[in-house]
Design a protein around this ligand. Structure first.
Ligand code: NAD
Length: 266
């Protein structure tokens, strides 16, 4: 199986190249970056400190989707529509970890999922996908006598907030209560906002330093508080998960799948 990496010079892109080079039974199909990126024309493996593989960083995504069996996208939301349509056109599976997608970008993934297998997850780590299941379960057991707050912290460069994982945890908690997150989510509190509404699911965002990704779901009741959480200490967990998702697409029918499908949790 040949795996291509769009955005291969990014923080996640570099980890993905390393993970593909280290994985058994897969080969690197190449990598792309935006025009003008200093990594263009550099050997993709040299870019990540490995010995040359003969593939250079390009800026022609169509050629990459043609060469690859599957392409992994951890870039920016604006790139996702183009990559989704190339995946469908070239019959190439797609794994998307990019977060902060707008509805039309999300719809483009659903459309590509009609033609090829697409795996999308805001967090590709095994631990967070277990946390999603636990959050749903705990929310269902406790009901809305317990106030749910989701706290996340990421490095200073992260551009979207709350994180895609925090929102996924919110959806999991809401699903446990049998409601839609949009009806109850409280994403920002500032000023004289009044007391907390019953049933609300709140979010708090912290940014700073080099934090890879911390998430805590707090269930606060009268007289007790339950907290479940996950801390990622290395981006490698996301990259390994994404490569596992890419391998899982082999021979799959078209569809829009989640990491929980890949891990057999759903
Ligand atoms: P980054 O800014 O370090 O890397 C993004 C890279 O994409 C950059 O090198 C940029 O030049 C490149 N890029 C942008 N547009 C492109 C295009 N059209 N074609 C090719 N390359 C393009 O960001 P990052 O920290 O690596 O995060 C990337 C995304 O992955 C974010 O949305 C982040 O939230 C998400 N993320 C997801 C997970 C997960 O497990 N799902 C984990 C970590 C990060």
């Amino acid at each position: 199986m040949k795996i291509g990496i769009v955005g291969c010079a990014g923080r996640m892109g570099r980890n993905l190249v390393r993970a593909v080079l280290a994985a058994e039974g897969v080969a690197l199909a190449g990598g792309t970056e935006t025009a003008g990126n200093p990594a263009i024309d550099e050997d993709v493996a040299v870019l990540v400190g490995e010995s040359a593989c003969g593939l250079t960083v390009g800026n022609d995504p169509a050629a990459l989707f043609d060469a690859g069996d599957v392409v992994i996208d951890f870039t920016v939301p604006a790139a996702v529509i183009g990559h989704a349509s190339l995946a469908a056109r070239h019959g190439c599976a797609l794994v998307v970890g990019t977060t902060g997608l707008a509805s039309e970008q999300q719809e483009a993934l659903a459309a590509a999922g009609e033609v090829v297998p697409v795996v999308q997850a805001a967090n590709m780590s095994v631990g967070v996908n277990l946390l999603l299941g636990l959050t749903r379960q705990v929310a269902a057991i406790l009901g809305d006598d317990y106030d749910i707050e989701i706290v996340e912290m990421h490095h200073r460069h992260k551009v979207d907030a709350p994180s895609g994982t925090a929102l996924a945890l919110g959806h999991a908690a809401a699903a446990g209560r049998g409601i839609a997150l949009d009806a109850v989510s409280q994403r920002v509190r500032d000023g004289h906002v009044g007391s907390r509404r019953r049933g609300e699911i709140g979010f708090a965002t912290l940014r700073g330093g080099d934090v890879v990704g911390d998430h805590t779901v707090v269930f606060a009741g009268d007289g007790e508080r339950i907290e479940i959480g996950h801390r990622a200490s290395s981006r490698e967990v996301f990259a390994r998960g994404a490569v596992r998702a890419a391998q899982w697409t082999a021979g799959r029918p078209p569809g829009l799948y989640s990491m929980r499908n890949v891990l057999g949790l759903e």
